[in-house]
Design a protein around this ligand. Structure first.
Ligand SMILES: Cc1cc2nc3c(=O)[nH]c(=O)nc-3n(C[C@H](O)[C@H](O)[C@H](O)COP(=O)(O)OP(=O)(O)OC[C@H]3O[C@@H](n4cnc5c(N)ncnc54)[C@H](O)[C@@H]3O)c2cc1C
Length: 267
């Protein structure tokens, strides 16, 4: 490979990461829509798969667009879910915790990086979010690591992943281990993502891989009407193929602000 070719190649990789183009402003009737759905989820990692399941379970028609094959950094992560406030796994391990105790610790730890309101919400929903993961097939295990570690070995699945046991944190909140590692050997990220992927497959959720969201389409007031997607990422490496080839426009069907859609936003 010549230096020039190598440079072009690295540039194309680089542009894959951050080249969602500025929104295209259009009149809805002027766009030739190829497909239509209630909710488009961009990216099929941990956030995307959860959003897709929740939207679907609240009655929406859902389409997920993923530029590669799915999983993202979630599937290669350590698979440790930081949560607490009294999860079933904490209880089975004899750990005492409650949402306010978790909040007191995290408030000191995050030092205002997250608003108190968001943090309180995160702590109060800790148990229900954890239950949601388990209901959707993510496995956890009640085996408490007796020592502080950055990542436990395959004998342990609940551990102190933060600074809970150290001063000044232990002066403000009673220490509780909250690192819930999904149950599998080695790095456990796939043990979170794969059950959620399968939960999508069991529902009528359309997951389109090798489909990169290129651009939002909005009306003149900025209201999102839909998106453009590239059908195949590989085409983009070829200089003779422009962005407009193999692009499909997907229309977001307007959903009325009934209880259903309010719930979708609120969750
Ligand atoms: C090695 C490692 C270990 C980690 N361990 C932990 C851990 O133990 N616990 C923890 O809490 N966090 C951990 N993290 C961080 C955690 O993995 C991430 O914060 C989390 O997975 C992010 O989830 P996500 O859904 O936002 O992104 P991702 O899981 O990365 O998913 C984003 C998806 O969007 C797709 N995408 C992006 N742009 C587009 C587009 N324009 N069109 C279509 N698709 C697109 C990507 O291809 C990707 O599949 C770790 C991270 C790494 C790298």
């Amino acid at each position: 490979m010549t230096f020039k070719r190598f440079f072009q190649w690295t540039k194309s990789i680089d542009s894959c990461e951050a080249d969602i183009r500025p929104a295209l402003k259009a009149d809805e009737k002027d766009v030739q829509w190829h497909q239509s759905t209630d909710v488009i989820v961009t990216g099929f990692g941990g956030a995307g798969v959860s959003a897709a399941l929740e939207a679907y379970d609240n009655g929406a028609d859902v389409m997920v667009l993923e530029r590669y094959n799915g999983g993202g950094s979630t599937a290669i992560s350590g698979g440790v879910v930081y949560t607490g406030g009294g999860t079933e796994i904490q209880k089975q391990c004899g750990v005492e915790d409650d949402p306010d105790n978790m909040y007191q610790y995290l408030q000191k730890e995050v030092k205002g990086a997250v608003s108190d309101e968001t943090l309180r919400d995160f702590c109060e929903k800790g148990v229900s979010n954890f239950d949601w993961l388990r209901e959707n097939g993510v496995p956890f295990k009640d085996s408490l690591c007796p020592y502080k570690t950055s990542y436990p070995n395959d004998s342990y699945y609940l551990y102190y992943s933060g600074n809970e046991v150290f001063p000044p944190y232990n002066e403000k909140a009673s220490p509780a281990p909250r690192g819930h590692r999904a149950h599998s050997k080695g790095m456990s990220g796939a043990a979170i993502f794969e059950p959620l992927r399968k939960a999508c497959q069991r529902r009528d959720i359309k997951v389109r891989t090798q489909s990169k969201v290129e651009q939002l389409i909005t009306d003149k007031d900025g209201q999102v009407l839909g998106i453009t997607k590239n059908g195949s990422l590989r085409l983009r490496d070829r200089e003779d193929v422009g962005y407009n080839i193999n692009v499909g426009e997907i229309h977001l069907r307007p959903v009325d602000l009934s209880e259903k859609s309010t719930k979708l936003v609120a969750k």
